[in-house]
Each structure stands twice: as C-alpha cells, then as structure tokens.
Design a protein around this ligand. Structure first.
Ligand SMILES: NC(=O)C1=CN([C@@H]2O[C@H](COP(=O)(O)OP(=O)(O)OC[C@H]3O[C@@H](n4cnc5c(N)ncnc54)[C@H](O)[C@@H]3O)[C@@H](O)[C@H]2O)C=CC1
Ligand SMILES: O=C(O)C(=O)COP(=O)(O)O
Length: 587
C-alpha cells in the first residue's frame, strides 16, 4: 500500500539514506540535526585525491576554508546537490562550476562576523603592545620591559577597507576604544557610515597617508587581489601597522615583507595567508616568522560561539535542500525563473553587464561611489510593455555589486535584490518609456545622478540574442559587453591608437577588437558651443581656446583584450600622451 498524502513518509532505511561528507572540523550542534535523517561522515585529513575518490557517493558536502572545492571535484560529485560553507568566504569553492552542475552552494553570511571582528581587535592591540614578542620573551626566561614599549590606540586613526558586516563591527569596537575611524568602501551607505561615526573616503590615496592602523575586510576577488602592493604601502606612515583578518593576497605578501624590512610601516597582525598552512620558505612563512608580525593560523572564526552559529546555519540549510526545501543563504540562487527565461534572458544579461560596466568604469575613473547613489533604469520600445521587471532590477543590482561581493554577485537574486539596495543605500527607479525604442525594437538606459555632478549614462540594446552597448557616458558606441575591456578616454588625434597598441603589445596582451566611440550629438554640440563662446572670464585666452578645441575631439577607445592586464599596464597606458583616463572592465 502506498502512503496517503497526509501520512509522513517513513525515514529512509539506513542503507538508502542520503550521505553527507564533512572533511573539516564542523561543530557538532548542526551535524546532530542532520544525523537523524542522513548518514553524516566526518573525515578530516583527506587529501585532494582521497576526496575525489570518495565524493561520487555523497549528496551533500560541508566545508570550511581548507577544502578546495574545485570544478573537478564538483564534476566527480555525480549525486551532489549541495555544498555548504560553514562560514562566510566562498573563495575556496568554484561557484560557477557548482551552478553549471545544478549544485546549490550555501554559506553562513553572519554566523562568525563577531568572532572575526573581535579577532581583528585582538590583533590590533597585540601589534600595538608587542604582546606576541613579550609572551615569547617571558617564556624564554627574559624580562625585557624597555625593549617592548608599545603605543596606545586611543585617539589614533584606524583605516578600514571594506565596511561590510565585519568591517562595520570592527569600526564600532574601535570607536569604543576611543579611535577615529575612516573607511574606504565604494558600496557602503554614506548614511549608515555617518550614523556609526565613520568618515568615508573615496580613494586609497586619500586613506593611506592618514591612518595609524589599517585593516582590510573585503572578500578576496579579482578586484581586491594585491590591492595593497609596494606603491600603496609606501604611502603609509612609517609608524603605522596593518592587519589582515580577511584573506591572504589582499596585501601582496612580498610587498608587505619589504615594507616591514625597510621600515615603510612598523608592524602587522596577520591571521590569513595566500597558502594555508604555510609553505616553508614562502613570503607568507617569512611574514609569520617576522619579529614585527603577530601571526595567528586563520583563527578569525574559531570561537565556540561562531562555530556553533555557522554549523547550525548551514546544517539547517542542507537539511532543507536535501528534502526539497529552499535555503536561506544560497550563494548561487536564480536571477530569473524558468518561465520567464526565454523572453527576458538577453535583457537580464544586458542589464547585469550594464551594472557591472557602471561600477568598473564610472566608479573607478570618476572617483564615484556606488553606495548611496540614485539610479534610473528605463525600458524603451517593446520592453516598456513588460510588467514583471523584477529580474531586470535584480540583474542591475547583481551587476552593480558583482565586482565587490564575496560571491562575485552570484549571491544576488530576485528575492534579496531589494534588501541589498536598502543595505547599501542605493535607490533604483524603474521607468517604462513607451517610445519606439529608437533604432532598436527594445532598449535599456541606465542613468545615475548626483547633485552637482554630470549624470552618468549607459545605454544598451538586444539584437537577436546578442547584447550591445550603444552609449557610454557622452560617447556613441556599439560593442559587445563581454570579456576584458580597456576603456581609454582620450583626445582623438593621430598616433593615439599606435601608442596604445605598442604598450599592450609590449606586455603580450592580444587585442580582440578595437573601437573608437565619438562624442554623441548632444555632447558635441555642447563642446562646440563652448569653443564658440571663447574663453571663460579670468582664463588665459590661448589656453581656453586650445582646451575647447581639444574638447570637441574627445573620444573613447574601447579595446577588447586577452591576456593579463596588470596595474603596471594600466599605469603605462594612463601616462601615454593624450590619454585622459583608463579603466579596466571585466565583464
Ligand atoms: N579570518 C577569518 O576567519 C574570517 C574572514 N572573513 C573574511 O572577511 C571577509 C568580509 O566578510 P563580511 O564583512 O562578512 O563581508 P561583506 O560582504 O559584508 O563585506 C565586504 C565589504 O567589502 C567591500 N568591498 C569589496 N570590494 C572592495 C574594494 N575594492 N574596496 C573597498 N571595499 C570593498 C564591499 O562593498 C563590502 O561592504 C569575507 O569575505 C571573508 O573572506 C570572514 C569571516 C572570518
Ligand atoms: O568564514 C570565513 O570566511 C572564514 O575565513 C572562516 O574560515 P574557517 O571556517 O575558520 O576555516
């Protein structure tokens, strides 16, 4: 007899129970929840090849930061339905590969943030007061008081890069210690920061020379890897100290070693390294052994309380997913539901790319912030007739935050997009413009406004299934927003293209396509009018006329490139004659 609808199905027999593999130390509270329904195998100390061999028989995998969940492992996990990260950072999980195989990735976005913030404060005080060295010295039978004089943190300035969940907690704790806090985070809400007593700055150049302590709380992303290198560390005070409870690699480890050896900075408190555990002879190992460094072995989340929180958070989600329910913190939830897919998919892709282009182009070149900004997303032509634009709204939010969020924006979905905008103080107005869409059946315009500044515009359209950008700032363009792009704002004069070609060629970068986008009609008319009006009062005549003529010749050079575009390449391009600014955009 088959069970009736209201009779709960009996628990599966032990041999048929779904299996969950836990290759790291995860707190027993959450695992106990799972054990009633599933077979839970805790097996620490597995090598990558052991894991690869075991994974085919498992339905769930629960990890922390040590297990590398690679594309190969996910492909081998034929029965895998969920990978749970008992913590925040998912940089050890190939989320794209998981999505491709239909495997849900979940994490615990807030379970260990108090622990991480408190550990940051522990390292702050330990570096200020030489706690590590003093302890070692006493244990060695010495009594070295005069050698170990420290500094106070009260009234000193703490710089925070990344004012997210951990960063904000650190800020509040530091203010409690009597510190002044300055932060850099293009996505932070200026109002929330102000409310917490934190002043926001908009560039590293502004932040670095002013701080006595610097702490980083960004995820490890392409945009934050090597964020602090030699040039940046040289801008700091020689008495300053740096902290890292985020991820190894945000500070370039070789540069940090040099900064400590050559006295550009006075000390460091490090919890995380590029390769963990440390590899003998590596820069990370030299840093950990350095007398000016207090080092801990990735202990930020290692408190009893945090481990109970993250374990409960992720095990509850694994339980739900394996019995067909929904997770509360999916890192790769859908942006678009299957029934809307065919109609909206190209536009979802277009709007997401427009958001990402906005962040990477405008926020970088025009020193803009994204947090606290007002955007207008307008739909033209046939698209204006669509009433459910939630996927497009979510796609914009995803694009705007993709280069700064932990999961590269994959954690933004149609359910949480509005909440994310609220957290970041971002306002998005949607407008349905019932025009003919211009030259295209449907088009989308993204505008951003800020009092007293020029509005920033990106326009795009879809042709068949292909997506195009037709306007970027004041320039008319026509390119696929795809891959790595270099956007160079320049004076459109002979020789520019050759110079740029030489620089990229020298660095082994291949140019896939190149396009010169000229001023659009409105911008050209404005520039011509300013030339015709002659010099502005008080300006030297020659300079003003020359400047005006230059203005009408402004252009954007857009290069689609393959190969690694380093900071040095960007600096070299920025210095090339006639180049006004350069942005690197990865779409
Ligand atoms: N050592 C440890 O045991 C732990 C480390 N972590 C690390 O801390 C990181 C931060 O965690 P949460 O605060 O929860 O994440 P979050 O997502 O709440 O905050 C990250 C912040 O970084 C900002 N950001 C991104 N790119 C930036 C850039 N280029 N410049 C300035 N700001 C930028 C974002 O706008 C965001 O506000 C995690 O990604 C994880 O890697 C977290 C917990 C424990
Ligand atoms: O949650 C995070 O991002 C962490 O870095 C904590 O890592 P762990 O779980 O202690 O290996």
């Amino acid at each position: 007899m088959s069970p009736s609808a209201d009779t709960p199905s009996p628990p599966p027999s032990p041999s048929h129970r779904p299996k969950i593999l836990v290759p790291e130390k995860v707190s027993s509270e959450g695992l106990a929840l799972l054990r009633s329904l599933y077979e839970v195998d805790t097996r620490t100390g597995l090598s990558a090849s052991d894991l690869l061999e075991l994974i085919p028989s498992y339905h769930g995998l629960i990890v922390r930061s040590e297990t590398q969940v690679t594309a190969e492992l996910l492909a081998a996990g034929r029965k895998l339905r969920v990978v749970a990260r008992a913590g925040v950072g998912v940089d050890n999980i190939n989320v794209d590969a998981a999505t491709k195989h239909g495997i849900i990735v979940v994490n615990s976005p807030a379970g260990n943030i108090v622990a991480a913030a408190e550990h940051t404060i522990a390292l702050l005080l330990a570096t200020a007061r030489n706690v590590g060295r003093a302890d070692a010295s006493v244990k060695a039978g010495k009594w070295e008081r005069s050698k170990l004089v420290g500094i106070e943190v009260g009234h000193k300035t703490l710089g925070i890069i990344g004012l997210g969940k951990v960063g904000m907690k650190v800020a509040r704790m530091a203010i409690g210690l009597g510190m002044k806090v300055t932060a850099l985070d293009p996505y932070a809400s200026p109002e929330v920061a102000k409310g917490a007593g934190v002043s926001l700055v908009s560039s590293l150049a502004e932040l670095l020379p002013t701080v006595d302590f610097l702490t980083i709380h960004t995820p490890l992303l392409a945009s934050t890897l090597n964020l602090l290198g030699e040039a940046e560390l040289q801008k700091m005070k020689p008495t300053s100290r740096v902290l890292n409870v985020a991820r190894g690699g945000v500070y370039n480890e070789e540069a940090l070693l040099k900064a400590l050896d050559e006295g550009w900075i006075a000390g460091a408190g490090l919890d995380v390294f590029t390769k963990e555990p440390l590899v003998e002879g590596s820069a990370a190992a030299k840093l950990a052994a350095h007398p000016k460094v207090v080092a801990t072995p990735h202990l930020g989340a290692s408190t009893v309380e945090a481990q109970e929180n993250v374990s409960m958070d992720v095990c509850t989600q694994v339980l739900e997913i394996l019995r067909g329910g929904l997770p509360t913190a999916a890192v790769n939830a859908p942006l678009i539901l299957p029934e809307e897919y065919r109609r909206l998919q190209p536009f979802v892709k277009l709007v997401e790319k427009m958001g990402s282009l906005y962040t990477q182009h405008f926020a970088r070149t025009q020193g803009g912030m994204v947090g606290g900004r007002r955007f207008e997303l307008s739909y033209h032509g046939e698209l204006a007739g669509i009433s459910n634009t939630r996927p497009l709204f979510a796609a914009l939010v995803k694009g705007l935050v993709s280069s700064i969020s932990d999961a590269g924006g994959r954690d933004v979905n149609i359910v949480n997009a509005t909440l994310i905008t609220k957290d970041r103080g971002i306002a998005i107005d949607e407008k349905h413009v019932r025009d003919d869409g211009g030259a295209h059946a449907s088009a989308v315009t993204l505008r951003s406004f800020e009092a007293g500044a020029e509005e920033q515009v990106i326009e795009g359209y879809v042709s068949g299934k292909a997506i195009f950008i037709s306007k970027l700032d004041r320039f008319t363009a026509n390119f696929h927003p795809d891959g790595t792009l270099l956007v160079l704002h320049n004076y459109d004069e002979p020789g520019k293209i050759g110079n740029v070609g030489l620089v990229v060629g020298k660095h082994g970068i291949n140019i896939r396509f190149m396009q010169v986008a000229g001023l659009n009609q409105e911008a050209r008319a404005k520039a011509e009018a300013s030339v015709a009006d002659g010099p502005v009062e008080g300006e030297a005549e020659g300079a003003a006329v020359g400047g005006g003529q230059q203005l009408t010749k402004e252009a954007l050079m857009i290069l689609g490139v393959d190969g690694e575009v380093t900071k040095e390449v960007l600096e070299e391009l920025g210095k090339a004659e006639g180049i006004l600014d350069v942005s690197l955009v990865r779409l």
